[in-house]
Ligand binder design. Structure first.
Ligand code: UD1
Length: 371
C-alpha cells in the first residue's frame, strides 16, 4: 500500500485514477483547486469520500509543500487545458502549468520529500502535426499548415519537399516536437521539468503523453474541453455540433479507463522510468465519426453541420504509435471506441450540460483565432 498524492485529483482523469488507486488499497490524497471553469463552483459528486481532499492551488507553494509530505507517489495531473484559450490567457496558463510544476518540484525539495515516483500528464499537443508519409519522398514531418493554406480550405497537409498531399502515419515519441500553442509549450515544459528533476535527484519520473481522452466525468459545460464532450453537450441542447474543416481530420480517442490503466502501470513498473511515452488507443478516428457515433447512440438525427471554417493552431491529423508503452509497460488498450462512446452516452443521460460553444468560439473569433 502506498501513500499517493493526486494533484488535480478532482478532475476527469484524476478522479478516475483516484478510484482505481483506492480500489487497489492505496491511500489517496487529492490536491485540487476545483477550478470554476471545470467544476462550475460545485464540489464534484463523483469524488470518492475515501480519498482525503485538500482544496489547494498549484500556484500556492506553501500549501503544496504541506501536501507533498509523506507522499510515496505523486501524480501531477493539474493543468489548465484549453488550447485556444491558452492563446489569449497566456499568463494564466503559464502560471498554472509551468509555474505550478515548478512549485511542485520546489515543494518536494524544500520539504526533503523523497517520493518513489512522479508521474506527469503530458499531451499529444506537443507534437503539433503528427507523422506523415509522402507518396514520393517517404517519411516526412511537415510543419503546421499556413494560414494562407487554411483560408483556401486546403485542409490536407503537404509534403515539405515536393508539396504532394502527405498521408498520416502513427506518431511515435521520436517525432520532432512542434508546439503550436501556449498550452502545448506549457505541457512540454511540464514534461521536461519533471524528467530533468527526476534524473537530477534520482527520483524515477514518467511523462505520459495523453492523446484525446474521452469518457464519463468529462467537463461537459467547459467549452475548452475535448471535442467528444463539446459535441455531446451540443446534442443534449438539441443543437448540431459544429464540425470544423471538413470533419475528416484524424485523432486518437483514448478512453479514460485506458488512461487509468497507463497511469497505474507507470506507478507499478519501472519500465518507462525517465521516459516520455504516448498513451493512446492507436486507432485513428475522424471528427465526423465522433459526431455520428454520439448522435446514433443518443438516437438523434440532427444533421451534421460541417462549417468549413478552422481554428487557428489546429492540427490536421495525429494518432498514436503505442508500441513504446506496450513494450515498456505492457499497456494494451482495452476499451473499443464503440464501447467507450456507449459508456459516455449512458453517463450523459444522467447529466445536464450547458452549451457554451458559441461563446467560446466568439472569444476566439474576436481575437482572430477562428475563421
Ligand atoms: C487539443 C490538444 C490536446 C488536448 C485537447 C483538449 C492539440 C494538438 N491537442 O487536442 O492536447 O488534450 O485539445 O483540450 O492542440 N472540433 C470541431 N468542433 C468543435 C471542437 C473541435 O470540429 O466544436 C475539431 C477540432 O477542429 C479538431 C478536433 O475536433 O480538429 C479535435 O479537437 P479538440 O478536441 O479540441 O482536441 P485537439 O485539438 O485534437
Amino acid at each position: 500500500m502506498k501513500n499517493v498524492l493526486v494533484i488535480g485529483g478532482g478532475g476527469f482523469v484524476g478522479s478516475h485514477t483516484t478510484d482505481a488507486l483506492l480500489q487497489q488499497g492505496h491511500a489517496v490524497k487529492i490536491y485540487d483547486n476545483l477550478s470554476e471553469q471545470v467544476h462550475g463552483g460545485e464540489f464534484p459528486a463523483y469524488l470518492s469520500r475515501d480519498a482525503e481532499f485538500i482544496t489547494g492551488d498549484v500556484r500556492d507553494l506553501g500549501s503544496l509543500s504541506r501536501a507533498v509530505r509523506g507522499a510515496d507517489v505523486i501524480y501531477h495531473l493539474a493543468a489548465a487545458v484549453g488550447v485556444g484559450q491558452s492563446m489569449y490567457r497566456i499568463a494564466d496558463y503559464t502560471a498554472d502549468n509551468v509555474q505550478g510544476t515548478a512549485n511542485l518540484l520546489q515543494a518536494i525539495l524544500n520539504t526533503k520529500s523523497a517520493p518513489e515516483k512522479i508521474i506527469v500528464a503530458s499531451s499529444m499537443s506537443i507534437y503539433g502535426e503528427g507523422r506523415y508519409v509522402c507518396p514520393k519522398c517517404g517519411d516526412v514531418a511537415p510543419k503546421a499548415r499556413s494560414l494562407e493554406q487554411l483560408k483556401k480550405k486546403q485542409w490536407e497537409v503537404r509534403c515539405p519537399v515536393c508539396d504532394a498531399i502527405a498521408a498520416p502515419d502513427p506518431t511515435d515519441e521520436d517525432k520532432p516536437l512542434q508546439c503550436t500553442s501556449i498550452y502545448a509549450l506549457s505541457k512540454k515544459a511540464q514534461e521536461e521539468m519533471v524528467l530533468v528533476f527526476g534524473s537530477t535527484y534520482g527520483i524515477p519520473a514518467v511523462a505520459l503523453r495523453y492523446f484525446n481522452i474521452y469518457g464519463p466525468r468529462q467537463a461537459l459545460s467547459n467549452p475548452y474541453t475535448g471535442v467528444a464532450a463539446i459535441f455531446a453537450s451540443r446534442f443534449m441542447n438539441a443543437k448540431s455540433p459544429l464540425i470544423f474543416e471538413d470533419g475528416l481530420q484524424l485523432r486518437d480517442f483514448v478512453n479514460v479507463h485506458d488512461i487509468v490503466q497507463a497511469n497505474l502501470l507507470a506507478m507499478q513498473s519501472s519500465g518507462a522510468d525517465g521516459m516520455a511515452v504516448n498513451v493512446g488507443s492507436g486507432e485513428p478516428v475522424t471528427v465526423r465519426q465522433v459526431a455520428i457515433e454520439i448522435a446514433s447512440l443518443l438516437g438523434l438525427e440532427l444533421p451534421l453541420q460541417i462549417t468549413g471554417t478552422y481554428r487557428a493552431g489546429d492540427i490536421r491529423h495525429c494518432f498514436a504509435d503505442i508500441s513504446t508503452i506496450s513494450e515498456k509497460l505492457g499497456y494494451v488498450p482495452k476499451v473499443s471506441f464503440h464501447d467507450g462512446m456507449s459508456e459516455l452516452v449512458a453517463w450523459l443521460e444522467s447529466q445536464e450540460a450547458q452549451d457554451h460553444t458559441e461563446e467560446a468560439l466568439n472569444d476566439l473569433a474576436v481575437r482572430g483565432l477562428v475563421a
